[in-house]
Write a protein that binds this ligand. Sequence first.
Ligand SMILES: Nc1nc2c(ncn2[C@@H]2O[C@H](COP(=O)(O)OP(=O)(O)OP(=O)(O)O)[C@@H](O)[C@H]2O)c(=O)[nH]1
Ligand SMILES: [Mg+2]
Ligand SMILES: [Zn+2]
Length: 354
Amino acid sequence: MTDLERLGFSDWFKSRVDEQQNAAHGVARVVSVHKDSYTVTQGQGEVFAELSGNLLFSTGSGSDLPTTGDWVYADYFDDDTHAIIYGVFPRKTLLKRKAAGKLVDFQLIAANIDGAFIIQSLNENFNLRRLERYLAMVHEGDIEPIVLLSKCDLMPPKEVEEIKTSVQAIAPHAPVIGFSNLSRQGIDSIVGLLECGSTYCLLGSSGVGKTTLLNTVIGSEKYETKSVSKIQSKGRHATTSRQLIRLETGAMIVDTPGMRELGSMSVDDGIHETFVEILDLSQKCKFGDCTHTNEKGCALLAAVQAGDLSQRRFRNYLKMRTESEFNRMSYLEKRKKDKAFGKLIKSVMKDKRR
Ligand SMILES: Nc1nc2c(ncn2[C@@H]2O[C@H](COP(=O)(O)OP(=O)(O)OP(=O)(O)O)[C@@H](O)[C@H]2O)c(=O)[nH]1
Ligand SMILES: [Mg+2]
Ligand SMILES: [Zn+2]
């Protein structure tokens, strides 16, 4: 096995090598992304890297720039202390979210992830609706989700089992594992899922124990976690950047800073997979273009009425579908819609004044 293969450079990537780039440059993997720079590796240590001017100016959108986990064409300089990135390989999978506060821009979380650990802690953080959003984002990226329920030392085993059952109901195909970094319960099951040469990422709110899990798995306090006092003050995130870490077992893990919200993403395909039973059911609606709001013969409304479909799950589905449609609209369409909305507000205000 070559160093690159050990980093996950599989046949999938080998068959997508660009001959021209390959003749001129080496291949490396992006370990982390900073403001204007990167670190990359070819399997032996990590090197500071920058984009070539050509790559920087020829890319159409931010999504074309390298992100953590990307395979890139790169050359090493100055006794291998510094590298230049010339191009990005096609991505096998891509995890992204809508950038906070912006209309259509996406923030790339990581590329070429095989499995995503979605972590919620069993204390105040547990929330099925939030879990559905994470599942949709992971499905949208074509990535296998694994649901981890952390801090199970804080809850009686019986309640942990009940919560696991409720998760299984909304994610029937995903493994669901309760674990504790304190008692080490569930840790072996998690480690057992990590395949050599595969890349995983840790997702979930700040403070659920992502980095602590990483430390538990590698068996040292190498990466900084948040102390309890810092959590109580609701301070900054303990982890501030995404980083690809190679385990001794040959698997790779990307630790991420907790995401503040997954409020608005375009997650079309993800929605379909996450709400597959709702979609199946909607085939039975009388009208093909049923909006499932007030139509006669709507199979979803009937199922909610009959108690076969949870009202909250149904509402979450409708909400995510609406958000997803809004995110898919172009910037101009949105501006138009916002303007129309602004006009509406103005006319209502006028009416009021009259
Ligand atoms: N009771 C209990 N506490 C835990 C467990 N795992 C982690 N913690 C505590 O939870 C706090 C947050 O842990 P981190 O690993 O820093 O959380 P994180 O998800 O990496 O947070 P960000 O990096 O901010 O996104 C720390 O005080 C840990 O000691 C666990 O299994 N049980
Ligand atoms: Mg962390
Ligand atoms: Zn319907």
